[in-house]
Design a protein around this ligand. Structure first.
Ligand code: ADP
Length: 481
């Protein structure tokens, strides 16, 4: 399977123009190490040009009706779905995930464009009963202005549309710097944005390896009203601090450390199914992947046995090979980090039930792994894994499970399996997490608010709330009546 050349953007897209001059860098396939394409490497100066273009395009875009913007966005959505397969191939080649998952992500990413095209029509204001008869009080909602954003490599398409779609629908103009590891999915979106008729300067892509330099421009430029980031907590904290200089609005989707709790009243087969989906999707490289599997003592052995049988069915391979369910990790450094944490945890008493080694295919392929006898302070449980490793922690009581689950700085996603209705409520309310899957291992969808508590972030994406991040509230006080 080869790349559809009509979707291949080999540089940045600024003010409706492709910028392909200057030095280049290689985009490689994590499954083979082979170069897929050479892409022009944008610098911080081009980021400034993109901000100027977005500023220039703002008045006309903002002045369109929500319905006019929606019909353009609808075209963008249709083009994404028409090219679902080709966008999926690009994603698998540059990111590694199995093609079925890549195509699933393209549809998930496109769903934000469809959703927010409609949601843009429902940005309602309010009227407020005035404290005196000679006044009328109102609230209107306006786009915040120019939005700049930075996204990671694990979801190279949907993390962009989850920000761009609400921004554009609200009347903002937008600049994205995708991860330099997966720029081709971003530039393919720009190719389709052009075809959809999104005006020059409204959607800009900056492709560059100087993340720090470009990030400084995005977070410190006075013409950027809003900065939105998805990535690690460490980088997110730095970017929040940088944004303070201009008091920008910020949204942050940062790291997680998701507990996946199986109580003794759970449907075990359903729990195994949910754990497989939550843990091993994208080879474990998502911020909502189960990071720690907590299993109640009395069902521990039965759960581990069934879970191990399910893990044995996973097929590690190149994402374009038929039947692959686990692709490579993004690079060998990621593999080394994960392996080191497994070794340290084993030295502290964890037991390898299955896997625990790089996969025989070599490169950055890792064997799906289960560790038992894990405790919450071991490196494999206390940090985000971002790989196909399931650490299992045994617990005795409901209160102990909640305490272990909450014993982390993170608060993005949590999951639990239980049938007792009282327990379902107690645990749902006790978990300090922005999203909780109850008898469900997959919870992301366009209609639901995605986001975290504690060090996992600020703000929500998707759902009717997602567009609020791109809207400014203005209070009008009309006197002299
Ligand atoms: P991940 O573990 O997902 O790679 P990172 O936070 O390192 O998480 O990366 C997320 C995104 O942030 C990527 O696009 C990366 O290039 C970018 N990035 C990394 N460091 C910085 C920085 N100092 N300033 C701005 N962007 C950065």
């Amino acid at each position: 399977m080869t790349i559809n050349s009509n979707l291949l953007g080999l540089g940045s897209f600024v003010d409706g123009q492709w910028v392909q001059a200057g030095p280049k860098f290689s985009v490689t396939n994590p499954a083979t190490g082979e170069e897929i394409a050479k892409v022009s490497d944008a610098d911080a100066q081009l980021a400034e040009q993109a901000i100027a273009a977005a500023k220039k395009a703002l008045p006309a875009w903002r002045a369109k009706s929500a319905g006019e913007r929606a019909s353009i966005l609808r075209k963008w959505f249709n083009l994404m779905m028409e090219h679902q397969h080709d966008l999926g191939v690009i994603m698998t080649l540059e990111q590694g995930k199995p093609l079925a998952e890549a195509k699933g992500e393209v549809a998930y990413g496109a769903s934000f464009v469809e959703w927010f095209a409609e949601e843009g029509k429902r940005i309602y204001g309010e009227t407020i009963p005035a404290p005196s008869g000679d006044k009328r009080l109102m609230v209107i909602k306006q786009p915040v202005g120019v939005v700049a954003s930075i996204t990671p490599w694990n979801f190279p398409s949907s993390m962009i549309t989850r920000k761009a779609a609400p921004a554009l629908a609200a009347g903002c103009t937008f600049i994205i710097r995708p991860s330099e590891l997966t720029p081709l999915s971003a530039t393919a979106l720009a190719k389709l944005a052009e075809q959809a008729g999104i005006p020059a300067g409204v959607f800009n892509v900056i492709v560059g390896t100087d993340a720090k330099g470009i990030g400084e421009v995005f977070t410190q430029h006075p013409d950027v009203a809003k900065f939105s980031f998805t990535g690690s907590t460490a980088v997110g904290k730095q970017l929040i601090a940088q944004s303070a200089s201009t008091v920008k609005k910020v949204s942050m989707e940062l790291g997680g450390n998701a507990p996946f709790i199986v109580f003794d009243d759970a449907d075990l087969d359903a729990a195994v199914k949910g754990a497989m989906a939550s843990k091993y999707r994208n080879a474990g490289q998502t911020c909502v992947c189960a990071n720690r599997i907590l299993v109640q003592e009395s069902i521990h052995d039965a759960f581990v046995e069934k879970f191990q049988a399910a893990v044995a069915e996973l097929k590690v391979g190149h994402g374009l090979e038929d039947g692959t369910t686990i692709g490579p990790l993004i690079h060998e450094k990621a593999l080394q980090n994960i392996h080191k944490r497994i070794e340290e945890s084993v030295a502290q008493g964890a037991k390898v039930r299955v896997g625990g080694q790089p996969h025989e295919r070599g490169g950055s392929f890792y064997t799906p792994t289960i560790l038992t006898d894990v405790s919450n302070d071991m490196p494999i449980a206390s940090q985000e894994i971002f790989g196909p490793v399931a650490p299992i922690i045994k617990f005795k009581t409901e209160a102990e499970a909640i305490a272990i689950a909450n014993d982390t700085d993170f608060g993005l996603a949590a999951y639990f399996y239980a049938r007792d209705i009282g327990r379902v409520w107690r645990v749902s309310e006790g978990l300090e997490y922005g999203m909780v899957g109850i008898n469900e291992g997959i919870l992301s969808n366009v209609a639901a608010p995605f986001g975290g508590m504690k060090s996992s972030g600020l703000g929500r994406e998707g759902s009717r709330h997602g567009i609020e991040e791109y809207i400014e509230m203005k209070y009008l006080c009309l006197g002299g009546i």
